[in-house]
Design a protein. Structure first.
Length: 452
């Protein structure tokens, strides 16, 4: 990870050194286009290795038995003059954090029969987890994005490879699923197939979970692994790596999303610490989680919360989605967008004199629920709900909100119109993390907005 940079350089020259004790060699990725140079090295390199490299960039690499020990792997080699492809928004990057990523495996069968042999007709494997799906959609929307979170084990290796080769490209076949040609280590920095998407994972000793979905004519059956147990040191390393990305990424990170459940070993207090750290550096943060974590995020001053109606009511104990969203605003969230499934979505925002639309109050963490809070509310919906696969629709809504209201580009009603259209388009796609851009353009003008 880049720790320091030389000022005033016309071109950013990056050297990232990694040691692989098992293979008895080390390699370095150098130059703005990520060219790699091999170097020989003795296999008896120590368990922990750190070295400062040249005057222009410093990289810190830690090894443990030949693999990175809880260090972020970031695609850093970029041309400073033109970091993003033509047609992208550029200039502002969104950091999509997935605390508990997953390798998603889908089996398609004719009929699921319990306690019998089932023949699988088709197997599809995707890089998954809610934040990963958010990142894929952001890239399709033309937004630069970096994935972050804990990753480890064979499933983590596979997730990293697949995201590097199929990210942001709907309909791409993943039959090969192999390491890119310019990568000879499972943890090498890999340029994603979509140049708008980077990877900045923190590597851990545990194994990333897998989710298994069995699809038949009657629907889907899901089997979800619990995920890894992070050590205290790995949690602290994750927080440190996110902090380094927030202060050192080029282009700079302007907004953050945190999506999904927490892994074992990561507490609600850690989530609150992460949100506070993001807010302290002046970045807005959108949180999509459930249960006690939703209340924690509200009290920590999340800029935007995005639960669905059931999650919001369960967390707050309220009997309606509107009351639940209002309660989350009163706890400290600046904006709450509550998904209502086929009925559209609710958007509530605390009214602050002089504050730009979509921005959180200046001191959200100190809000007292007993104090009077003025909240404005809107409802957005399509004339008719679309049928299809709802899996991942909520993640696409998060991406739409992140690229609009979270970045301060639009007011909340306008963002809701966009989010409804993006979420509806995701329903028509076969897997999570895909959207239909043409359909979004068709649906957006038909979304109705009503203040309530």
């Amino acid at each position: 990870m880049i720790l320091d940079r030389g000022p005033g350089k016309p071109r950013r020259h990056v050297v990232l050194l990694r040691v692989d004790a098992r293979r008895g060699r080390r390699w370095a990725t150098t130059g703005s286009l990520g060219r790699r140079t091999q170097h020989s090295s003795a296999s008896a390199i120590g368990r922990r290795f750190a070295e400062q490299i040249d005057h222009d960039a410093h990289a810190l690499v830690t090894t443990d038995g030949g693999r990175p020990a809880a260090r972020a792997v970031v695609d850093l080699a970029r041309d400073r003059q033109d970091p993003w492809p033509r047609g992208s928004r550029g200039g502002a990057m969104i950091l999509a954090i997935t605390p508990n990523p997953a390798l998603d495996v889908t089996y398609t069968v004719d009929d699921t029969r319990l306690h019998e042999v089932n023949r699988v007709r088709e197997v599809r494997t995707e890089a998954g987890g809610k934040g990963v799906n958010v990142a894929k959609v952001l890239a399709q929307l033309g937004e630069p994005v970096t994935c972050a979170g804990p990753l480890g084990g064979p499933a983590g290796d596979e997730l990293h490879r697949r995201l590097a080769t199929t990210a942001g490209r709907p309909g791409t076949s993943d039959a090969a699923g192999t390491t890119p040609a310019d990568t000879d280590s499972a943890h090498a920095p890999a340029q994603a197939a979509d140049p708008l998407l980077r990877q900045g994972w923190t590597w851990i000793d545990g194994t990333t979970r897998r989710t298994l979905a069995v699809l038949d004519a009657g629907g889907a059956t899901g089997l979800y692994e619990p995920g890894p147990q992070l050590s205290a040191a790995e949690v602290q390393q994750l927080l440190a790596d996110v902090g380094a990305l927030l202060t050192g990424a080029i282009p700079p990170i302007e907004a953050v999303t945190i999506s999904g459940s927490l892994p074992g070993g990561m507490s609600g207090e850690d989530l609150a610490t992460l949100i506070a750290a993001i807010r302290e550096v002046g970045r807005p943060v959108l949180v999509d989680t459930s249960g006690p974590g939703l209340l924690t995020a509200a009290r920590a001053g999340a800029t935007v919360l995005k639960p669905n109606a059931e999650e919001a009511m369960e967390a707050t104990g309220e009997s309606t989605a509107l009351d639940a969203a209002r309660a989350l605003c009163e706890l400290g969230a600046g904006t709450v967008v509550c998904s209502l499934g086929g009925e559209g979505m609710l958007g509530l925002q605390r009214a602050e004199a002089g504050a730009p639309a979509g921005s959180a109050p200046a001191d959200t963490a100190s809000v007292d629920r007993t104090a009077a809070t003025t909240v404005r509310a809107w409802r957005a919906r399509l004339p008719q709900a679309l049928d299809g696969n709802p899996t991942g629709a909520g993640d696409s809504v998060v991406a739409a909100l992140a690229s609009t209201v979270l970045l301060g580009r639009t007011d909340l009603p306008t963002a809701l119109r966009r989010a409804v259209a993006v979420g509806a388009s995701a329903v028509t796609r076969p897997v999570a993390g895909e959207i239909d851009l043409e359909l979004i353009d068709q649906l957006e003008p038909t979304v109705t907005i009503e203040e309530i």
